[in-house]
Design a protein around this ligand. Structure first.
Ligand SMILES: [Zn+2]
Length: 363
């Protein structure tokens, strides 16, 4: 298949191994856990949302190229919608493979400037089975138990890994965004719904079913509004864009100062709980509602955190806007791909720094 062939010609496993070995001066036990024979090449990132489908080629340096997007046709049936996604992905891969072929004929040796993707990573709304074997995004009714992973592998010819879009964002923000250099943090999306991803000890937390991080369903108002999960007073039922619309009759863009402050307070309450449970230092928040509200939202959230996170270790936890903006979801999707390959973070130095941290904690 063209993608893998292009990567092998330009910088296959043998080209990558020496740089990994040079960057990592660890004992044999740690070295045995390195990705064996895996090129750290570009990833095809695919972001599947209720508003748009997006795809791009993301380099190990975080550079985005060949980016394309189309609106999500939520009224389409399952196969029609997948057909639109497949066309989008084909267009990105064709462009990436043409770039790679140009590099080869130019006689460039060593790591290529624009090699073809070696893996496909997908960020999607949940719920989903572990690994995205099937997905049932709440905001895409046409897909219920849709076998997305297998279908994406057929279309791309690449090994494909799928995860929750908020977990994907957590990877991206910790790599190149507002949580860069942090080992313990939470990433949140406060938008139509509310999602989250948790990184502790430098590792993304999966949980037993892969669904760890569902901060939208912690209780922030006991006895509050019914949530679509079946409980009451969940953060998502009180502070999401859809909740604000139902409560006020107006979209979040038209929210009053009081609604903005209350939303920030409730999000801060959830972050304070997470801080005590997980010993995180920072919460990075993306999503149209939170970023649209801006400073008054973040100030209210920080005040609530400061009031409720009182144990010594939890004091000083910060809540900040996400750093990658509109690029976060696609970079996160690529990160899901690298993580699936076992080459996350995608640069040898960062990979080895993480392994050194793990080695220090091992008994
Ligand atoms: Zn709920």
């Amino acid at each position: 298949m063209a993608g893998a062939a292009g990567a092998d010609a330009r910088g296959g496993p043998d080209a990558v191994r020496p740089s990994i070995d040079a960057a990592c001066r660890l004992g044999p036990r740690a070295r045995a856990s390195f990705p064996q024979g895996m090129p750290v090449g570009p990833a095809l990132g695919v972001d599947i949302g209720g508003t748009k489908l997006a795809a791009a080629c993301v380099g190990p340096d975080g550079a985005i190229r060949c980016a394309r997007r189309v609106p999500t046709d939520v009224g389409a049936d399952a196969e029609s919608l997948f057909g639109e996604l497949a066309a989008l992905v084909h267009a990105v891969l064709d462009e990436a493979n043409i770039d790679a072929a140009k590099g080869s004929t130019a006689g460039i040796s060593g790591p290529a400037e624009a090699p073809a993707p070696v893996v496909c990573g997908v960020g999607s709304g949940g719920p989903m089975l572990p690994g995205g074997e099937t997905v049932s995004p709440l905001n895409i009714p046409a897909w219920r138990g849709f076998p997305l992973r297998e279908r994406m592998e057929e279309v791309t010819g690449l090994a494909t890994y799928i995860d929750n879009d908020a977990k994907a964002l957590a990877l991206a923000e910790g790599w190149r965004g507002a949580a860069a250099s942090q080992r313990d943090y939470m990433a949140m999306v406060v938008s139509t719904g509310i999602g989250g991803g948790i990184v502790v000890d430098g590792r993304l937390v999966d949980g037993s079913s892969g669904n760890a991080g569902h901060v939208g369903h912690v209780t922030v108002e006991p006895g509050g509004r019914p949530c679509r999960c079946g409980a009451r007073g969940c953060l998502e039922a009180e502070a999401s864009g859809s909740a604000i619309l139902e409560m006020t009759g107006r979209p979040a863009e038209e929210a009053t100062a009081g609604v903005i402050e209350r939303t920030g307070t409730l999000v801060g309450r959830a972050v304070a709980m997470a801080a005590h449970l997980l010993d995180i230092r920072i919460a990075v928040v993306a999503g149209s509602v939170a970023l649209g509200f801006g400073a008054p939202f973040f100030e209210a959230a920080q005040a609530e955190i400061d009031a409720r996170a009182r144990l010594e270790f939890a004091r000083g936890v910060r809540i900040v806007p996400a750093g990658l903006g509109a690029n976060g979801p696609i970079v996160g999707a690529a990160a899901v791909g690298w993580r699936g390959l076992g080459t996350w973070p995608p640069t040898p130095a960062a990979f080895c720094a993480q392994r050194r941290g793990d080695a220090r904690r091992s008994p």
